[in-house]
Unconditional design. Structure first.
Length: 218
């Protein structure tokens, strides 16, 4: 029996490039990269704050609130149609270049997404990218109405796949997500695309890679 009986992937930043929204941002700013960074940072912050407050709203609502905050914080102006267009960019995010080949390389074992994304957002991104035939499960935190790194979220993976966490490899580009999954009991691979520093949370990944086509097959 292979050591990794299945693979569970984070979506945003791991399979899908959240900063592919930069092109859409050009309509309201000459520095869309900064808009994207502030937007993404606030998006994650709001998931953590809402989880701690017990005030869940789905990821589409969180993403909109984070965008409106980023626009205000950066002193930008945007019409409602422009905001809608920026939000819609999340439905058609680009995959990282190696993603499809990496998933094909893992065929034969169940592959799943476990994401903060709402079901509608994930369905749209998976359809737009053409990843659907390569995935057996697309799992949203909406099922438990809280966000990563809650253990309730990580428990959704083993339940859906019918495989214990210790026999699954959880894959994320987000160091905080890596720590959360490791704490829950997964084996973990950190796809550290940007050579970021590890989080000081007393937890380390089993593997550190820079591209998904470097994932272990064992």
């Amino acid at each position: 029996m292979p050591r990794h009986r299945g693979y569970v992937f984070d979506a945003y930043g791991t399979l899908f490039d959240v900063h592919s929204v930069i092109e859409a941002g050009r309509q309201i700013t000459s520095d869309p990269a900064t808009l994207s960074m502030v937007w993404r940072g606030k998006q994650l912050e709001y998931t953590w704050l809402r989880s701690l407050m017990g005030r869940y709203e789905d990821f589409w609502s969180v993403t909109e609130a984070a965008l409106r905050h980023a626009i205000r914080r950066l002193g930008l102006t945007a019409t409602e149609p422009q905001i809608a267009q920026l939000l819609d960019a999340y439905l058609t995010l680009a995959c990282f270049p190696e993603v499809k080949d990496a998933l094909k390389r893992l065929e034969g074992r169940p592959l799943a997404i476990l994401s903060n994304g709402s079901p509608r957002m994930l369905a749209a991104a998976v359809a737009s990218s053409g990843l659907g035939p390569l995935l057996q499960h697309v799992i949203s935190v909406d099922a438990v109405k809280t966000y990563k790194p809650s253990p309730e979220v990580y428990a959704l993976g083993p339940t859906a796949l019918g495989i214990p966490a210790k026999d699954l490899l959880f894959v994320s580009s987000n160091a905080w997500d890596v720590a959360g999954a490791k704490s829950f009991g997964y084996r973990v691979a950190w796809c550290n695309r940007t050579n970021a520093a590890a989080e000081e949370l007393g937890l380390r990944p089993d593997y550190e890679i820079t591209r998904l086509d470097q994932l272990p097959l064992e």
